[in-house]
Design a protein around this ligand. Structure first.
Ligand SMILES: Cc1cc2nc3c(=O)[nH]c(=O)nc-3n(C[C@H](O)[C@H](O)[C@H](O)COP(=O)(O)O)c2cc1C
Length: 180
C-alpha cells in the first residue's frame, strides 16, 4: 500500500460503464484533491483507513450499479461518512430516483448515505449490442414522452457545473476531518 494512501481522509470510488460517472469522479478529484478510483480496483485496506467515502454509480435498468459492492462491504462501510452520487437519464425525476434507490439498497443502508443525483449521457453509437436492445425496448415501453425522446435519440447533460453542491459538501468535510 502506498504511504500517501494511509493518511488519506477521503476517497472517490466510481462505477461507470460508458464514462460519464467516471468523468464526474475525475472532476471531483481535480476540485478536491481526493483520489478517484474505479470500484473494482479499490483496495479495501486502503479504504478502511478513510474517514469518508464518496461512491459514484451509473443507473441501469432502474438499478444503482454500485449497490452489490456496497452491500458486500457494508459491515465496515457503515462506520464511515458516506456520500453517493448517481448518474442517469432520469436524474431530475425524484420519484424514479427514489425507486432506483429503493430497488437497489435496503432502507437502513440508504439512510446512511447523503445522496446526489447527476445528469448523464447516452451516446447510442457507443452502446454494446445488448445495451442497444435494452435501450430500444426501453424507449418503446416508457410512457413518459420526454424520457422516450431521451432514450430514442440519446442525450448529453454531463457538465462540471452539476458538481457544485457536492464539491462544496466535500470541501466542508475535508476541513472538518483535517481538524481531527
Ligand atoms: C442499457 C441502459 C439502461 C439504462 N437504464 C437507465 C434507467 O433505468 N434509468 C435512467 O435514468 N437511466 C438509464 N440509463 C442511462 C444511463 O444511466 C446514463 O447513460 C449514464 O450516464 C450512464 O453512465 P456511465 O456513462 O457512467 O456508464 C440507461 C442506459 C443504458 C445504456
Amino acid at each position: 500500500m502506498d504511504q500517501n494512501a494511509v493518511v488519506m481522509k477521503g476517497i472517490i470510488l466510481f462505477k461507470s460503464q460508458y464514462g460519464s460517472t467516471e468523468q464526474y469522479a475525475k472532476w471531483l478529484s481535480e476540485d478536491t484533491g481526493l483520489k478517484a478510483i474505479p470500484l473494482h480496483e479499490a483496495d479495501v485496506d486502503q479504504l478502511k483507513a478513510c474517514e469518508f467515502i464518496i461512491i459514484g454509480s451509473h443507473i441501469k435498468v432502474g438499478h444503482i450499479k454500485a449497490s452489490d459492492w456496497i452491500k458486500t462491504h457494508w459491515e465496515w462501510l457503515k462506520n464511515k461518512k458516506l456520500l453517493l452520487y448517481s448518474v442517469s437519464g432520469s436524474y431530475a425525476n425524484r420519484k424514479q430516483q427514489r425507486e432506483a434507490l429503493e430497488m437497489s439498497l435496503p432502507e437502513d443502508i440508504l439512510n446512511d448515505f447523503e445522496y446526489y443525483s447527476l445528469p448523464g449521457k447516452l451516446d447510442k453509437s457507443k452502446l454494446n449490442f445488448w445495451d442497444r436492445i435494452i435501450v430500444f425496448l426501453g424507449s418503446k415501453a416508457i410512457p413518459d414522452e420526454e424520457a422516450k425522446e431521451r432514450m430514442s435519440h440519446g442525450f448529453d447533460y454531463v457538465d462540471h457545473k452539476h458538481l457544485k453542491r457536492l464539491v462544496k459538501v466535500v470541501r466542508q468535510l475535508q476541513k472538518k476531518t483535517a481538524k481531527v
